[in-house]
Write a protein of this length. Structure first.
Length: 511
């Protein structure tokens, strides 16, 4: 199969004019999603104070976006292959901006959860389309590696821009303002993208199978929901039922894809060991990181007393490390090997997380900053090279589906990480022993404890807050230890699964 709009044999296709300007538009979409994901962590204490969500609702606010986006990424990636990747990107970006307004003005925890879910629907259209368009814009392997590096570096830059801009907004406006920063980015993306982005789609793709879409969505949400509920509340028959329903739906999805002449997802992609290894590495990396990252902003603000803007700046080393590493990752993988760069990056993250197991209420910034820098460098190397491996291992006609699998692993890992590691933090926290008169709301979340302290006598409030912060930090340290174990296991797995894998344009043999 060949693309209907982009011949692959001409010099113009290999060195397409305007491709770097078009890349600039694509990275705006990545920036949009990255900023949105990071500002929520900073806004959490303010959301807790204003909307008064329970601990469970707070977790849902954090991870429902990932639940929905994980369930729809494959479907939206396949839809983009069929109706046009430029079209679905621009429609999705417009919807993302509009729904951001709904998030900003949510008046109840339930409304915010629904708005975050709708944002996940829109977000599912963005990431697969950006990577697929990069695959179709850049046919030279080394140029594509640089483009993917810039794509990844922008996502990392978004994790820095989000907290800093978000911190500034939170100090001057209400928490909903952090969602409104999506609007100018969306406007530029759409207006410039209409002019610069080339359209591309798969020739004769076949119909978009709605049964497969439903099976994928039900399967992903069922599995992730079951893991989340089991981790938070323990075993229950309803949890088991949700897990079984999800597993059955995913089984049906796989069986259906193998039978369809034009499947939503070509399951033969997973026969490629490099593709499967890269996807697994991404999933485990995010699983090990996301729970910790979700609670880090709360630690910096509610435990160490930093202002939102200062907390945003404190997280900057991770983004700086990821940007620098992402830009040189392709060159490093060609000089050394894919598995050395990916495994080394994962091991570095694991060791940095292990260092955070000694964290305390008064831990100095040098340890935190150094750990975040190492995490950023490791993630920049790993994610950039795995994205390149995934794109390089499939024909460009399947770029949307392959990109969707990559992003599904990322979002599924984020949802599972927040569910499992976040539940570890919450479980340890809820067990703290406060002085007489400690309200039940203080045990729901650290934000709830800070708010409850305002209505207590000074001595009791100080004792309660000290106990609550100690329990929160203990949970955070335990989650860091679990995350470290997951990352080190992922490093070992990547070393074996990526054996012999190389990037296009590099050496064909590796140690």
């Amino acid at each position: 199969m060949t693309s209907t709009l982009q011949p692959t044999t001409t010099t113009e296709a290999v060195k397409r004019p305007g491709r770097w300007l078009a890349l600039g538009v694509l990275v705006l979409a990545v920036l949009l999603v990255a900023v949105d994901a990071t500002v929520l962590g900073l806004a959490t204490p303010y959301i807790s104070e204003d909307l008064k969500p329970s601990g469970t609702q707070l977790l849902w606010i954090g991870d429902v976006y990932s639940f929905v986006i994980a369930g729809l990424l494959v479907s939206m990636g396949s839809l983009g292959d069929r109706i046009g990747r430029k079209r679905i990107l621009l429609v999705g970006a417009t919807a993302f901006g509009a729904i951001s307004v709904v998030n900003a003005y949510a008046g109840t925890p339930e409304m915010l959860i629904v708005a975050r879910a709708l944002l996940g629907v829109a977000g599912a259209t963005l990431m697969p389309a950006t990577l697929a368009l990069i695959r179709n814009l850049f046919h030279d392997p080394r140029e594509r590696s640089l483009a993917v590096g810039i794509w990844g570096a922008t996502a990392s830059a978004g994790t820095a821009v989000g907290p800093i801009v978000g911190g500034f907004l939170l100090e001057h406006f209400w928490w909903g303002s952090v969602f409104l920063i999506n609007l100018p980015v969306m406007a530029v993306l759409v207006l410039v993208g209409i002019k610069l982005l080339p359209e591309s789609r798969t020739a004769n793709p076949g119909p978009w199978d709605l049964v497969s879409v439903v099976l994928s969505l039900v399967g992903m949400i069922g599995i992730v929901y079951a893991v989340k509920e089991a981790a938070t509340h323990g075993f229950a028959w309803s949890t088991l039922a949700a897990g079984l329903l999800g597993a059955a739906a995913l089984y049906g999805f796989v069986r259906r894809q193998l039978r369809l002449p034009a499947p939503l997802l070509d399951m033969r992609l997973f026969r490629n060991r490099g593709f499967s290894g890269a996807v697994l590495a991404d999933l485990l990396t995010i699983l090990g990181l996301s729970g910790l990252v979700f609670f880090l902003s709360q630690y910096l603000q509610l435990v160490q007393g930093r202002r939102p803007f200062e907390a945003g700046l404190a997280e900057l080393p991770a983004a700086v490390g990821a940007v620098v590493a992402g830009l040189v990752a392709g060159r490093a993988a060609r000089r050394f090997s894919v598995r050395a760069v990916v495994s080394g990056g994962l091991a570095a993250i694991g060791l940095a997380l292990a260092a955070l197991t000694v964290i305390g209420q008064s831990t100095g910034y040098p340890l935190l900053g150094a750990a975040l820098l190492v995490v950023g460098v490791g993630a920049g190397f790993s994610f950039t090279v795995t994205a390149d491996v995934i794109l390089s291992s499939v024909p460009k006609e399947q770029a949307g589906s392959a990109s969707a699998v990559s992003e599904t692993a990322y979002e599924l890992g984020a949802a599972l990480g927040i569910a499992v590691l976040g539940s570890i933090v919450t479980g340890v926290y809820r067990g703290f022993t406060g002085p007489a008169g400690t309200p039940a709301a203080a045990h729901e979340s650290l934000g709830g404890a800070v708010e409850a302290a305002a209505g207590m006598p000074a001595h009791s409030a100080a004792a309660m807050l000290d106990a609550a912060r100690t329990a929160f930090v203990d949970g955070l340290a335990l989650a860091a230890g679990v995350g470290a174990a997951v990352l080190l296991a992922a490093a070992v797995a990547a070393w074996f699964l990526l054996r012999g894998q190389s990037l296009e344009g590099g050496p064909t043999k590796q140690p």
